[in-house]
Design a protein around this ligand. Structure first.
Ligand code: M6P
Ligand code: ZN
Length: 196
């Protein structure tokens, strides 16, 4: 038997960075093209192509059944039209794999959706642990005015399915309303014909 060595990573609570991160993924507006409700506002902002979020991957452990991976996401404050900055969102390639999010700083929302288009929204604040059950697509949204930072823990073999979101979108979007964040219907959402 070959044993994988235990390890510890320091997650900086102040800014969500992981000094010994195995990798840092950077997502700019260009990487989220076509995902925001207000396409004209999206095009206008594309000229400056702002940083939307970073993913700090703690380890590069084996992407195998039985292992866990963990990462922080640092989601910048900002809006495209009225819609808040958000992650691309994904289903897991192995869709029966679950995930846990833990809010570290700032405030946001976790938007979840079944393949048939049933939506759920969970508020995320520091100290909130939110469970993403198997089969739910998930996206996070920064509804505050500071970085929204959270820790994610997920099975190493979960993988990413971005195509379903790219094709159908999320049924809901989160926009700034007069009294704070509002969840609205996404006019671009195309329900799968018979459940994806
Ligand atoms: C969390 C986890 C990561 C994910 C990241 C950004 O940290 O769910 O697996 O990569 O959020 O989300 P996305 O991959 O949808 O851009
Ligand atoms: Zn995930």
């Amino acid at each position: 038997m070959t044993y994988f060595d235990p390890l510890t990573r320091h997650v900086r609570l102040t800014d969500g960075t992981i000094p010994d991160a195995a990798a840092v993924q950077t997502r700019r507006l260009r990487d989220l093209e076509g995902l925001f409700v207000d396409r004209a506002a999206e095009r206008a902002l594309m000229a400056s192509d702002p940083l939307v979020y970073e993913v700090h991957e703690a380890t590069d452990g084996p992407k195998e059944d039985g292992h866990l991976l963990f990462s922080t996401t640092v989601l910048k404050p900002g809006r495209v039209g009225a819609e808040y900055f958000m992650t691309k969102g994904h289903f897991h390639a192995r869709s029966d794999r679950a995930e846990l999010y833990y809010g570290l700083s700032g405030e946001g929302m976790l938007l979840l959706q079944t393949p048939e288009g049933r939506v759920d929204v969970q508020p995320m604040i520091p100290g909130a642990a939110s469970y993403v059950p198997p089969h739910w697509g998930h996206r996070t949204i920064n509804t505050g005015s500071e970085d929204f930072v959270f820790l994610a823990v997920y099975p190493a073999d979960a993988g990413y399915d971005y195509g379903t979101i790219a094709t159908y979108g999320f049924a809901s979007a989160v926009v700034a309303g007069p009294d704070g964040p509002r969840v609205i219907a996404n006019p671009h959402y195309r329900p799968p014909a018979s459940g994806a």
